[in-house]
Design a protein around this ligand. Structure first.
Ligand code: G
Ligand code: G
Ligand code: MN
Ligand code: NA
Length: 252
């Protein structure tokens, strides 16, 4: 209840902000984009993890205004970076079930793109496998996003109950291999699964992104298996906009 009430005012009270987790080309470690992540600093409780407050916001419906705020922020920031002369960066934003199921979701996304002026060809929307309840409706929404130029991405790929079915049915452009597979990539079973997911993704012309890369050993394996893209603490932690800019500038 405390968090629920707190969330109600979090936007107005400017307690929410966005951090950016760099995504890199694995072979060169060049930054090509980032995942925007929500952060909430409660005035009394301090930082509360989205893992904790997003489920609450989902239940109460507060995720709708929060998710819109988040998407607008990320698009505004992307536009600002583009205007200041940075090379184009891919921006990924997480979309929750409740947002995705709104009747006017595509329309809302369209409006945000127009209002912010962000190039939709550089926008990725990450959804999880659990988002899919009505498959036909989901296909329509994803097609609508693709028609705008947006790339839909399956987050935490491989952790749902019907990963292959989803891959077969849904129009998506990207899969993100869940961190839990990368954690154990040196073990026999996980190694085979990661190799197979990468091959499958590539054979379907999808971009394959590995999540949660923390060690050089994991990186070497992923490169060996032909995975092109990734993110993880090995390269950087999530950064605020200023830090992210500094990181970009330090590499030019
Ligand atoms: O950033 P962190 O590791 O604390 O994220 C925890 C979880 O919260 C992750 O599953 C992440 O996808 C999710 N998350 C972070 N930001 C957002 C957001 O803006 N919207 C949604 N729906 N989920 C988010
Ligand atoms: O569920 P989702 O994949 O959106 O979760 C994203 C979260 O995973 C982000 O909060 C991000 O900080 C976290 N994450 C990404 N890479 C790593 C990593 O290498 N190690 C750890 N511990 N967390 C990571
Ligand atoms: Mn994500
Ligand atoms: Na993810």
């Amino acid at each position: 209840i405390l968090l629920e009430n707190g969330l109600r005012n979090a936007i107005q009270n400017q307690e929410l902000h966005v951090v950016y987790h760099p995504k890199v080309i694995l072979a060169t470690r060049e930054i090509f984009g980032m995942e925007a992540l929500l952060r909430w600093k409660h005035p009394v409780l301090g930082y509360i993890s989205p893992a904790e407050f997003i489920p609450i916001a989902e239940e109460t419906g507060q995720i709708i205004p929060i998710g819109e705020w988040m998407l607008r922020k990320a698009c505004e920031q992307a536009k600002q970076w583009e205007d200041s002369g940075f090379p184009p960066l891919y921006v990924a934003v997480n979309v929750s079930v409740r947002q995705f199921q709104q009747k006017d979701f595509v329309e809302k996304v369209t409006n945000i793109i127009h209002e912010t002026g962000m190039n939709p060809n550089y926008l990725e929307l990450e959804i999880t496998e659990s988002i899919i309840q009505d498959i036909d409706e989901s296909i329509n929404v994803l097609k609508g996003l693709q028609e705008l130029g947006i790339s839909p991405s399956i987050d935490d790929f491989g952790t749902g109950y019907s990963s292959l079915y989803i891959l077969k049915e849904l129009p998506i452009d990207i899969i993100k291999i869940d961190k839990s597979f990368i954690d154990y990539i040196t073990e026999k079973k996980d190694k085979q699964m990661v190799k197979t997911i990468i091959e499958l993704g590539l054979s379907l012309d999808l971009r394959v992104v590995a999540e949660g890369i923390e060690t050089e050993e994991q990186l070497a394996k992923l490169i060996e298996y032909d995975c092109k893209f990734g993110q993880g603490y090995l390269f950087a932690k999530p950064l605020d906009a200023v830090q992210f800019e500094q990181l970009l500038l330090s590499k030019i």
